[in-house]
Design a protein around this ligand. Structure first.
Ligand SMILES: [Zn+2]
Ligand SMILES: [Zn+2]
Length: 328
């Protein structure tokens, strides 16, 4: 099969012919139809996150099940499914026993201990897959398995109350979905972006207001929940001044630079900074369901597997509107 190999730190991706994997017990073979490229792929390629080269990246894969390993009862041949970052936990540590396998230190991660999705086929734990609603195409569904899942989880963990104001920093792969999820849930949604064309687009996606930075966010009344979707630590830190008393600042990105906070921006407002990734399959189910009901428009730029290197360069430069997806 053809696969996009990441061969070494900061090395260009390569299309290689490799052996098709075989599913073991309780695993399935997925014929990949689409695989989103997340900015985390860039962090992994640059060695900024723990990674073992060579490897196949991609943690937003979707496709159809073409082979069942022994013992699989929860999935069927031909089923359309996607795969999030955490597939399954070890099933025996404290966090697995508590039903929170996102915290398992031995969890099987897509593009980490398990092969990623930038390939024609991949082996996945059957219970690590999530069926895709029939209303969503593969290309629309893929970005929900990381970007959509992440922002919807962040919003849910922030526990917004009726009447809360939600701000979204950075209108990219994550942010364009975060604005829509917040607006579709009925919240007054404020987009924070300094890009002129994204200001207009944010309003079309459902934002009620658009501001350029933390100062303007504070001036327009601030936000009770801030969903930090930007890759820039500087832009993210600048927006802390826009948090309202008792506000929740949800950090969902990884930054190269240290994350520095002026405590005065938090203390007198009793504000909280909360780290959040993806917080359990319940939120993935909901994120897909809301999209299937037509409330979210996933905006993608499709690339063939052979054009993966071009796609990677565009993602690394922040040139994609809004999610690059390899289609197979
Ligand atoms: Zn991701
Ligand atoms: Zn565990």
């Amino acid at each position: 099969m053809r696969a996009v190999m990441t061969t070494g730190k900061d090395a260009p991706w390569e299309i290689q012919e490799i052996e098709k994997p075989k599913p073991g017990a309780n695993q399935v073979l997925l014929k990949v139809h689409a695989s989103g490229i997340c900015y985390t792929d860039v962090h992994q390629t640059k060695g900024e996150l723990p990674i073992k080269f060579p490897c196949i990246l991609g943690h937003e894969p979707v496709g159809e099940i073409v082979e069942l390993g022994s013992g699989v009862r929860s999935r069927t041949l031909g089923q359309r499914v996607g795969v999030p970052w955490v597939q399954v936990g070890c099933n025996s540590c404290e966090w697995c026993l508590r039903g929170k396998n996102a915290f398992c230190r031995q969890a099987f991660g897509t593009s980490a201990s398990m092969q990623g999705g930038h390939a024609e086929y991949m082996v996945v734990w059957a219970d690590g897959t999530m069926p895709i609603p029939k209303e969503l195409s593969y290309e629309e569904a893929a970005p929900i398995f990381c970007a959509g899942y992440t922002v919807w989880s962040g919003l849910r963990i922030a526990q917004p109350q009726p009447g809360d104001r939600i701000a979204v920093i950075g209108i990219g792969g994550l942010g364009h979905l975060a604005v829509q999820y917040a607006a579709a849930s009925g919240f007054h949604t404020i987009a924070v972006t300094h890009s002129e064309d994204k200001k207009k687009l944010s309003m079309e996606l459902g934002a009620s207001e658009v501001v350029s930075n933390g100062k303007e966010l504070a001036e327009c009344g601030g936000a009770d929940v801030i969903l930090a979707c930007s890759n820039s630590a500087e832009q993210t830190m600048d927006c802390i001044k826009g948090i309202r008393p008792d506000g929740r600042f949800m950090v969902m990105g990884v930054y190269k630079e240290p994350f520095q906070v002026n405590l005065m921006d938090l203390l007198f407002k009793r504000a909280r900074i909360i780290g959040s990734i993806q917080n359990g399959p319940e939120y993935l189910y909901e994120a897909l369901d809301i999209a299937a009901k037509g409330k979210i428009k996933v905006m993608t730029e499709g690339f063939k597997l052979d054009d993966a290197v071009t796609a990677y360069d565009k993602v690394a430069k922040g040139d994609v509107r809004f999610r690059a997806v390899l289609t197979l």
